[in-house]
Design a protein around this ligand. Structure first.
Ligand SMILES: [Zn+2]
Ligand SMILES: [Zn+2]
Length: 340
C-alpha cells in the first residue's frame, strides 16, 4: 500500500515525508483494519515531523484524524462489522489499569500510545486501530468534513470544558486554526460569547463569519482593549507570548487553557499581572473516549463542520507546509482512498 513515511524529523520545507510502498498492516487481537478515506492534518503532525516532539520510533506514518471503512477484523474484534465507518483519534490505547485509567482520566495514563506518533497512523491507504478506541460514524457522512473533528474538534472541546467549568460566559480564543474554528462554532451553538484574537486578518474575518462577537488583531493596539474582559481563554497558538496575553486578558478568577501539545517557552510571568487574583493556568492532554463520544454527538447534533481544503495523500508535505506558513483557512484534509 501507499504511505507517507517519516524516517528522520526535519524541517517541513525539506519534505521529510517520503512516499513509499509499505506492507499492508495486519489487525492483531482486538484490532481492525481500516481503509482510510480521509485523514486530517493536525498541528501536532507538524511538531512530530519537525522533531519538536521527540521521535518514539525510527520510522512512523503520521496522521490521527482518520475516517475510514472497516475492511478486516482481528481476533476477538467484535465491536464493529466489516463495512462500518469509523473515526480514529490521537489516543491509540491506554494501559487500562493505572489510577488514571480507573478514574475516568485515561487521557493522563502514562502508558498510553498515540496514533501517528507511537503507532502508525492515517497518512496511508490502510491503517490498523484498536477497536475500543475507534468511534462509529454514520455511513452517509462526508469523510473529509468529519476527519478534522477527530482531533481538532475533540481537543478543542476538552479545552472548552475546562474554560467553562466555573460557569464562565465570555470565552476568548487565541489563534484561529483548525481546532479554534471548530471550537468557536460549538461554543456559539452552546450559547457562549466568544472573542477571537489572531494576527491573521483573514482568520479574524472567518471568525466573525462563524459567530465570534469580537475580534482582536493580536499584533496591534487592539490587545489593550481586550485586557481584563474575558471570563476565560483558550490558547490555540503554540506560542508562549500568547499565553501571557491570554493571562492578561482574563478577569480575576479566570482560567487560561493551553490547547497545545507543544508551545514555545512561556514567561517570565509577572505574578501581579498574570497569576494573582486566583487566575488559573492549565493545559489539556489527549482525550478520553467518553469526552470524544460526547463531543462527536454534540458536533453531529449542531451540524459542526470545518471550513477545509483537501490535498492528495502524496502531497502531505505541501499540506503541512501550508499549515506552518499559515496559508490554511480552517482545516486541511488529505483525501486518501476515493473508490467507495
Ligand atoms: Zn493507564
Ligand atoms: Zn491532533
Amino acid at each position: 500500500m501507499k504511505a507517507m513515511v517519516l524516517h528522520d524529523p526535519y524541517r517541513i520545507e525539506d519534505r521529510p515525508l517520503k512516499q513509499e510502498e509499505v506492507e499492508m498492516p495486519e489487525p492483531k487481537e482486538n484490532q481492525v483494519l481500516i481503509k482510510v478515506r480521509a485523514c486530517g492534518v493536525c498541528r501536532t503532525d507538524l511538531h512530530i515531523i519537525e522533531g519538536e516532539l521527540k521521535p518514539i520510533k525510527s520510522k512512523i506514518i503520521p496522521g490521527h484524524e482518520i475516517v475510514g471503512e472497516i475492511k478486516q477484523l482481528g481476533y476477538g474484534a467484535d465491536r464493529f462489522s466489516i463495512g462500518d465507518i469509523v473515526g480514529v483519534p490521537w489516543l491509540y490505547s491506554t494501559c487500562g489499569k493505572c489510577d488514571y485509567c480507573l478514574s475516568g482520566r485515561e487521557n493522563l495514563c502514562q502508558n498510553k500510545k498515540f496514533t501517528g506518533y507511537s503507532e502508525n497512523g492515517g497518512y496511508a491507504e490502510y491503517t490498523v486501530a484498536n477497536q475500543d478506541f475507534c468511534f462509529k460514524l454514520p455511513k452517509n457522512i462526508n469523510a473529509e468534513s468529519v476527519a478534522p473533528l477527530l482531533c481538532s474538534g475533540i481537543i478543542g472541546y476538552h479545552a472548552l470544558k475546562s474554560a467553562i467549568s466555573k460557569g464562565e460566559k465570555h470565552i476568548g480564543m487565541f489563534g484561529f486554526g483548525s481546532s479554534a474554528h471548530l471550537t468557536l462554532q460549538l461554543a456559539v451553538k452552546m450559547g457562549y460569547t466568544v472573542s477571537v484574537a489572531s494576527r491573521n486578518r483573514d482568520h479574524l474575518d472567518m471568525a466573525t463569519g462563524l459567530g465570534a462577537k469580537y475580534t482582536y488583531k493580536s499584533d496591534s493596539d487592539d490587545m489593550e482593549k481586550l485586557k481584563g474582559t474575558l471570563d476565560s481563554a483558550i490558547v490555540f497558538a503554540p506560542v508562549g507570548v500568547v499565553v501571557m496575553q491570554a493571562l492578561e486578558s482574563i478577569k480575576p478568577g479566570g482560567t487560561v487553557v493551553i490547547a497545545d501539545i507543544y508551545t514555545t517557552p512561556i514567561g517570565p510571568l509577572d505574578y501581579e499581572k498574570h497569576l494573582f487574583h486566583e487566575k488559573v493556568l492549565t493545559s489539556v492532554e489527549a482525550n478520553t473516549r467518553k469526552g470524544a463520544e460526547e463531543y462527536l454527538a454534540l458536533a453531529f447534533k449542531f451540524g459542526i463542520k470545518p471550513v477545509y481544503t483537501t490535498k492528495k495523500l502524496e502531497d502531505a508535505n505541501d499540506a503541512i507546509l501550508d499549515l506552518k506558513k499559515e496559508r490554511v483557512k480552517g482545516s486541511v484534509v488529505l483525501r486518501v482512498q476515493t473508490d467507495f
